[in-house]
Every structure is written in structure tokens, then in C-alpha cells.
Design a protein around this ligand. Sequence first.
Ligand SMILES: [Zn+2]
Length: 470
Amino acid sequence: MNKDLKEQTRNAWLEVLAKYKLDANAPATDQIWSPSLECASRDELITIQNAKLKVVTPFLYENSDFYRRRFDSLDLTPTDIKTVDDLSKWPIVDKLEMMENVKQEPPYGTYSTMDEQLWEKRGWMLFSSSGSSGVPRVFRYSHVDRDLWEWANARAIYAFGVRPNDTVFLASGYGPHVFAWGVQYALQRMNVASIPGGGMTTDMRANIIDRFNPTVLCCTTSYALHLGRIMQERGTDPATSSIRMLFVGGEPGTGIINTRNRLKELWGAEIKEFYGCTEVAPHSGGYSCSHAEVSEDLVATHLMEDHQIWELVDPDTLTTVKEGERGITVCTNLNSESSPQLRFNVGDYTVYSKEKCECGRTHVRAMGSFAGRSDDLINLRGIKMYPVQLEQAIRAVPNIGDEYEILIETTDAGLDIMTARVEHSEDVSDLVVNEIKTRCEVTVAVEVLSPNTLPKTEFKAKRIRDERIK
Ligand SMILES: [Zn+2]
């Protein structure tokens, strides 16, 4: 690759990013960090997206082997993709394609624009996808990314209603995962105090809440449930603790209404959510606003449209669905020096609404938030369902334990069957069967165990055990 072109396209890219980086260090109003971006008209948003897209394609072409090869093999040049309308020329990139790239060119692959020289000059931190599904995707970010990241996350956390009089407790193991670090740096930008809770047992974290009275708890959904239960066992009621807000991320949160209600009741706190995935941006792509609860059973999540282009496509044909129809998310990331991406298949199901939100923001909302990634789909004898539908069903049963397990296995007769293993002090098998039948159209076997039999989930829940003979 031509060194001058590498540099020129990078600089052109950074100039455009800088142009639209408004309200960089402090909020413009007491409600919305950057109204000129967050409340921009649809035309203004498209103008911003087009301006960034026009410079990102040459930047990718000159700085990423993965992208250059893809452009060449599709017989496209960077100038073929200058506007949002041109995006459909670019076939969607998926996780498997990235994993293949890492396998061929370990350990980083070439889908990023970070090279050794830049890493030496302004390298900041290395993060990795969790690796729960195959080869981990690794991303090296620069200080330019850190700056963009802090700003984007600060805007989202500000929309939650977090303010300098809060103290945020981050109950996370940190490690090379983007979530807690991004929050930590953003809080610094927001002038909000924090307590980093890495490397601690749950008991120690419960002590922190008891002794130091943080007002916001930041963790995964599973961990908020776990920590709350441990506090109850210790004789403290989380609902009367200092925590006024749960800030969850890392796994489906607000979109599973029964889990959401369980958490709200347990903590007597409001719930706000970060949505995103490591591959398309270190920072949050989506977040709850002050009007995230549209009704009792509908929550909405805004997507950051000046930073990213969020498409919704049919999971089979990968063509754009109409507004109001269900589809899976595809993201073009316009807000990273090290990891811009074109049309990455994030794969979460939702429905979009571009109607202006009552909070005043115009950025598209995912109605019902997100409840299930397309690659988690369970197919049982031709009936398709998502783990979150099963979770929703089980948690609809009153007083059922937080832990459960779904076992899928093949019988001696060669039939695939599903068993829900749940905890309850009474025999609730009929109720569980009915709830699952109603939501997932499948009849399952139920095993009711005594409370506290199943192992406790701490961070990310892994509740589906698929032991089918394939
Ligand atoms: Zn809103």
C-alpha cells in the first residue's frame, strides 16, 4: 500500500470526524448533551452520515487489507460508496468472515486500520470480543478512538440521567472487554465519580454498596440479579440500598420485560441500557433515554445515528425491511480511527421507528429494544425460537427462581426434546409448560428443582445446553 495515500486518506477521515464532533467536552443543555446532533433533522443526519461515509471508504481501502481485497473482488472502488443509498452495493460482512480473516492473518486479522506504526505512535488499548462463539476478534484502539469513545459514551450516559452528583459503581472484571473501560473513561469526561469494582468477590461488592453508597450500579443484567440476591441472603434489601439506577450492558437487558420487571422490583431502581457489539464500535451504539419506557410492556432504545448507520434487514434475504417491520441490525461504524466497518451484521432482532421521541431526540429507536441475536436461534424439530423467548416465558411464572437451564437432547428413538429445569418450592410444571407453549409454540418437559439447586450465574448467563446428536 502507498504510504502517502495511507496517510492522506486517514487525515481526510479525521478532519471530517473533527468537523462533526460537537459539544466535545461538556453537555450543551441540562437534558441533552449535544442537541445539535441528537435532535438533528433526518436530512441533517443523512448529510453527516454521507460526509463521513465518503471519506471512510478510501480510508479503509488504503489502510485495511481485508477491505481492499473485498473492494477489489467485488470490482468496486471506494468512490462507488459515497452515500447511504450506495451502501446496498456492499454485501454485508459477518462475524464468520472476520473470524476467517483472523485465522489467516493472526493474531489481529486485517479488518482494522490500525498498523504497527500507528500503534507505536498513538496506540491506546487492546480489546477483544468475548470469543464465546469461535475465534476472538481483537481490536487495537488509538488515543483518537479513546477521545471519540469517551464523548459518545458520555452522551449516552447523560441521556440515562447520570449527573455529577452520582457515584457509579462498576461491578465488572474489566479485562480486555470494552464495556466497563468505556464507561470508566466516559464518567471521567462527565465529571462523575466512580468506584471501580474489578477483582472482587460478590460479597466484597455487596460491602461496597453497604459502606460507600454508590447511586448507580453498572454491570451485566445477570450480575445485577446475582448481586441483588446475594445482598438479600446477607440480610440487606437491595431495594432500600443507595442504588437508584441500574446501568446494564453486555447481554440483552431491557428488552426482556419479565427480567426487567424482576430487576426493577429487586433493586427498586430504574434500568438503563447500553447496546452494541465490539466489532462495530467500542462505544455504545444504542442507549435508553428518559422516555425509554414507552408503555408498561414496551421499551425503546435510541441508536447513535451521527456515529453509525444502522440498517435493519431481513435475516434470510438480507434486504432492507420497511420501517415498522421486524429485521436484524446491520451497522456501519463511522466513529473510529482504528475500526471503521462497513455493514457489519450485528444480527439483533428489533423493529425501527424514526418518529421523534418525546425526549426530543430524532435518532432512530429500536422498539422493544433488542431481544435475541440471530445466531442464537434454536431450531427444535423445525420450530424456531430464541433463548430470550424462553427466558421471558419462565420468568412469567410467579416466584420462580432466577436460575434455570434449558436442556436439548436426542432421545434413544432419535427425537429431539427440550427440558426446562427450573427452581420453585411448588410444582409449577403446568404453568411453565403453558408459558413456553404460548410464547414459543413448543411443548417442553419440565423438571422442577428445589430453590438454590442450580449453579448461580455471575456474569454472562449461559442457560442453553444443547446436547443433541447432530
Ligand atoms: Zn428518547
